[in-house]
Write a protein that binds this ligand. Structure first.
Ligand code: FAD
Ligand code: A2P
Length: 370
């Protein structure tokens, strides 16, 4: 039996315990609140979050709406794999024409597909690729595997309506045992006609995206069809109607190094000359025409030779952290470019083997070779 005095004494004895528990809860809560406030201060601005489907519906520039408060990975808003090989989109060919002048070597075509009936809409951004599944079967009776092609149009398409995608395709041809072998997909693409249906997958790729900054400098090193993504970048920067659409007011310097075997093989030349005339302070265009020009050693002139000639100016640009470098085209050019960059860096007292990984880590060195 408890007396009243004992109950009161017992109750009083619990007070320190209650105070201790209360104090513990209060300090823990305060610490968390402080940590949260600290994190909020140091956190970078939120990534822009755009639902790819919504971009698709608008079929135009991603809307500049207020970003919801969600932390997302870099480029999380860039659409990928809207269509996969098991369920490709069947796009209709709108046009397919040669990009070469008389006397050129080989076959290179500009091909445009209609995307307007895709649902979900097949939207993409500059620097991405799409997959093409050629019609027919391989030697084992299986459907041909897809081949990737860099997108040569901006997201607004060549007609600025945001309903098309364009490619720049070289037909692969080589000799084997006295016979001419034609590449499966590149021949299929160069031969297709307006109205034909083509199985398309993608888009894919985040390696070759342009930076958002309008004052970035863009150095482009391209051989042959490696011009495809660069054509999209340059249209985004300099094509008047495209600029009206994208509202991206490029203020930096763009420098294209272009390698082609002959003058007649230079791709999109008229457009590039027009951009030069209209934007003399923002665009520089350096050509290496391998079978018409010679390097200092008397060999074929390649873009790496041009890089060496411009070492000083180029590395002044690279030292600026707003400069991005894009390399696209023949895989074989990579060692030559590396060698040229090593020599060019040395002339500036820099070490390319240290610098290149730093540029890569900073997201300023972009390579897509094949
Ligand atoms: P295939 O029939 O697949 O033949 C290719 C095969 O032929 C090779 O794998 C090799 O085994 C053999 N072969 C090739 N050359 C020789 C040779 N000289 N001697 C002996 N064997 C040989 N291409 C473009 O034209 N434009 C682009 O914009 C473009 N972008 C690309 C982007 C990416 C990310 C990648 C990965 C590739 C890109 N390509 C591009 C290349 C394209 O994907 C195909 O590889 C190319 O079109 C050849 O495909 P094909 O089906 O015609 O050849
Ligand atoms: P070449 O073929 O004269 O040796 P295309 O794709 O239209 O053939 O253009 C590719 C261009 O790249 C050509 O001028 C080609 O020169 C050149 N090229 C070939 N090999 C290399 C290499 N290893 N480094 C740089 N450029 C190269």
């Amino acid at each position: 039996m408890y007396s009243q005095a004992k109950v009161i004494a017992g109750g009083l004895a619990h007070i320190p315990v209650v105070i201790a528990v209360f104090y513990f809860i209060l300090t823990t809560f305060n610490k968390r609140a402080l940590k949260f406030a600290e994190e909020a201060k140091t956190k970078k601005p939120e990534a822009k979050v755009v639902d790819p489907k919504k971009v698709a519906v608008s079929k135009a520039e991603a809307p500049k709406t207020e970003a919801p408060k969600v932390v997302k990975k870099k480029h999380a808003d860039v659409p990928v794999n809207i269509y996969r090989p098991k369920t490709p989109y069947e796009g209709t060919v709108i046009e397919n024409y040669s990009l070469l002048k008389e006397g050129a070597i080989g076959r290179v075509n500009h091909i445009t597909f209609d995307l307007k009936d895709s649902d979900p809409f097949l939207n993409y951004v500059e620097g991405q690729s799409i997959g093409i599944m050629p019609a027919g079967e391989d030697a084992n009776g299986k459907p041909h595997k897809l081949r990737l092609y860099s997108i040569a149009s901006t997201r607004h398409g060549d007609d600025f309506n945001g309903n098309t995608v364009s490619l720049c395709v070289r037909q692969l041809q080589y000799e084997k045992d006295g016979e001419t072998i034609n590449g499966v997909c590149s021949t299929y693409l160069c031969d297709i006609k307006p109205g034909d249906k083509v199985k398309i997958t993608g888009p894919v790729g985040k390696e070759m995206l342009l930076p958002d900054e309008e004052d970035a400098n863009i150095v482009m090193l391209a051989t042959g069809t490696g011009i495809a993504p660069m054509r999209a970048y340059l249209r985004r920067m300099f094509e008047p109607t495209e600029k009206e659409k994208n509202k991206w007011n490029f203020k930096g310097k763009a420098w294209l190094f272009m390698g082609a075997p002959k003058s007649a093989n230079l791709l999109y030349e008229e457009d590039l000359q027009r951009y030069l005339t209209d934007n003399p302070d923002n665009f520089k265009y350096t050509k290496a025409i391998s079978r018409e020009q010679q390097n200092t050693k008397g060999g074929r002139m390649y873009i790496q030779d041009r890089v060496l000639e411009s070492a000083n100016e180029l590395f002044n640009m690279i030292e600026d952290e707003k400069t991005h470098i894009y390399l696209c085209g023949l895989k074989g050019m990579e060692p030559g470019i590396d060698e040229a960059m090593t020599k060019a860096a040395e002339e500036k007292g820099l070490n390319w083997s240290e610098l290149r990984p730093q540029l890569k880590k900073a997201g300023r060195w972009h390579v897509e070779t094949y």
